[in-house]
Design a protein around this ligand. Structure first.
Ligand SMILES: [Zn+2]
Ligand SMILES: [Zn+2]
Ligand SMILES: [Zn+2]
Length: 243
């Protein structure tokens, strides 16, 4: 099963779900917050619940906060519903948090593996196929064209005249070159600099109503008060549409 994404690939929605506990599920059906969420989902207004991200709050679910009357604990609420088997989910993103202050206002720094400076210049490596000359793109740039610095032939067709052979970085701090920088982070709130091993990750999920809950609704297993909420909502819609 696909669990991650390759570069350039778009996010696909294949969900996993927890079977949950029936007892817990039965109790949750009586929860007015769950009833509100179900009625919105059945009405088609909230089919898939995507998280939103900003630097102040990190991951949050504004659509669900609306349903819960402005409650900011929508993430915990959705996780609870997932654990009870109401919702299926898919990992959407992982947010890096500062290990010192917990802020998500964190930048990624690609640094020199020799002197750790993040003042590095990233270039593309180009290979002239005819003569085998390989160097950074800047060395081939001449008056808006690509010209081989060794044999002075012009490079016009990619993968015929020349190949892009990866990236090449040069450090402004120590002058050394390398192909793979070291990734680190900088907290813009408390100015803490940290590496992957100290980074804290928060998971963000996309949620949707579990198909089994829809079936339970169709066979009448959902308590009547939920049915009334959903039914009255649909009726309001029908009534509004007929005006
Ligand atoms: Zn911090
Ligand atoms: Zn050449
Ligand atoms: Zn360096």
């Amino acid at each position: 099963m696909l669990t991650g994404l390759d570069a350039g690939e778009k996010f696909s929605l294949s969900f996993t779900f927890s079977h949950g506990e029936n007892l817990l599920k039965g109790e949750l059906y009586k929860d007015p917050r769950v009833q509100a969420l179900l009625s919105k989902s059945f009405s088609g207004k909230l089919q898939v619940i995507f998280p939103v991200f900003n630097l102040e709050r990190g991951i949050f679910y504004p659509d669900v906060e609306d349903v819960l009357g402005g409650c900011l604990e929508a993430g915990e609420f959705l996780a609870e519903l997932y654990n009870a088997g109401f919702l299926s989910r898919k990992l959407y993103d992982k947010v890096v948090c500062c290990p010192s202050c917990g802020s998500v206002n964190v930048s990624t720094r690609y640094s020199c593996p020799y002197c750790k400076s993040f003042d590095i210049i990233k270039s593309s490596l180009i290979e002239h196929i005819k003569c085998g000359c390989m160097d950074v793109e800047e060395k081939f740039r001449l008056e808006g064209k690509l010209v081989c610095p060794k044999c002075h032939g012009e490079l016009t067709k990619r993968d015929v005249d020349y190949r892009r052979a990866g990236v090449w970085c040069t450090c402004r701090g120590c002058g050394k070159s390398f192909d793979m920088p070291v990734a680190g982070h900088f907290c813009r709130e408390c100015r803490h600099v940290f590496l992957f091993e100290d980074a804290v990750f928060k998971e963000a999920y996309v949620y949707k109503l579990n198909e089994a809950v829809k079936t339970e609704f169709l066979v009448g297993a959902i308590p009547s008060q939920v049915f009334i909420v959903i039914f009255s909502f649909k009726f309001t819609l029908l009534f509004a549409a007929s005006l």
